[in-house]
Design a protein around this ligand. Structure first.
Ligand code: F0G
Length: 357
């Protein structure tokens, strides 16, 4: 029986691990790359669009890829406790992997600004959850300070092992498509993931696994778009709480990914994010959280503006959707006006009646 089928065992030669590294894994990664016919049709010509569905990781977001590495390295270094600031997904992953490693896990969250699903994860995995009277950026500052103490490992993406783990998503895309896509679209918050994808694409290209590098297109929420605006946003606001971040730690990495790849970064309104979320669920059968829909919203905007029509006729586009829709059910239910639920009596006639049949 193969005990470990996570990203460390799959991509060991590309990762900073050795025989001395105790692998802490929940079999993360190897997520589906799903062809989306309706989005492909909108992209025009023979262009093909794929969704990298990262919500199907063990804690239902892409953070598991980075966390397996961050926690394994923390274990190697003898850490007994890990700490992170989070808008919810990092804390869920940290809490779960800390359980596997037998470590204490402390998570600092912006009070009232994370979804219940994510909060429940941290609680049930047994983390010490501290709600901070501040936003994510404030919480991350605190974590930097507390991480100075002996025996405490910081597992935010300022920990380079997080980026190393997350770069494996690019490897998987190339392994599956047989080459790099023409464009890769990503949501951007603290900017760790866009940095990681670009690192992954470059390393795999150097290893001869792809013929070219993709263009990287990033998307932030309009009320939390420091990279687009080129300045820190002191009071970031967006319905997409996962990316409610005003001062991204990996700002430089994001700029490098965009510039070196000949890509771009744009801001999307909350309405556009929610529309993209609803569109993807209703048209392609893929339910993601609002922040995750930023990649799809980015592509839809680029299609509208005629940017996609300028890509080669046979271009391939991959949109990473970062977290599962069930993480945050309140937001879409509100947006859908209570979900348009029909009411009927307990009879076939009554059901047929409300269905207009
Ligand atoms: N999508 C989701 C669902 C996220 O949770 C995050 C970040 C991002 C996108 C953006 O990724 O930060 O690497 O640019 N969530 C972090 C957290 C901040 O604490 O869970 P990024």
């Amino acid at each position: 029986i193969l005990h470990d089928r996570g990203v460390i065992s799959r991509y060991r030669e590309f990762l900073p691990v050795s025989d001395a590294t105790p692998v802490v894994s929940l079999n993360e990664g190897s997520t589906p790359l799903i062809h989306v016919p309706k989005l492909s049709a909108l992209a025009g010509a023979q262009r093909q669009v794929f969704i990298k569905y990262e919500g199907l990781n063990p804690t239902c977001s892409f953070k598991d890829r980075g966390m397996t590495l961050a926690i394994s390295k923390a274990a190697e270094e003898g850490a007994k406790m890990v700490i992170c600031a989070s808008t919810g997904n990092t804390s869920a992953a940290a809490a779960a992997y800390a359980v596997r490693a037998g470590m204490r896990c402390v998570v600092l969250l912006p009070a009232g600004k994370i979804s219940m699903g994510k909060l429940a994860q941290a609680v049930v995995y047994g983390a010490d959850v501290v709600a901070i009277d501040g936003n994510f950026d404030d919480a991350l500052e605190l974590v930097r300070e507390l991480g100075q103490r002996d025996g405490i490992a910081v597992v935010n993406s300022i920990n380079p092992f997080r980026i190393e783990g997350q770069k494996t998503a690019s490897f998987e895309v190339i392994d599956e498509l047989g080459d790099a896509p023409t464009v890769h679209c990503l949501p951007v918050g603290n900017a760790g993931n866009i940095t990681a994808y670009w690192k992954g694409y470059r390393e795999y290209h150097l290893a001869g696994k792809s013929s070219a590098l993709p263009m990287v297109w990033g998307a932030q929420a309009e009320g939390a778009a420091p990279i687009v605006r080129g300045e820190v946003v002191t009071n970031p606001e967006t319905v997409a709480t996962a990316i409610r971040i005003g001062n991204p730690a990996s700002w430089k990495g994001a700029n490098e990914a965009i510039e070196q790849s000949g890509g771009m970064i744009r801001a999307l309104s909350d309405d556009k994010l929610l529309e993209a979320q609803a569109w993807l669920a209703a048209n392609e059968g893929i339910f993601v959280e609002p922040a995750s829909a930023a990649s799809v919203g980015c592509l839809l905007a680029a299609i509208d503006e005629g940017l996609v029509a300028k890509l080669p006729d046979t271009a391939t586009v991959v949109c990473t959707v970062t977290g599962h829709g069930l993480k945050d059910i309140d937001t879409p239910m509100e947006f859908a006006g209570g979900g348009k639920i029909l009411e009927a009596g307990a009879s076939a006639d009554s059901v047929l009646g409300v269905l207009g049949m």
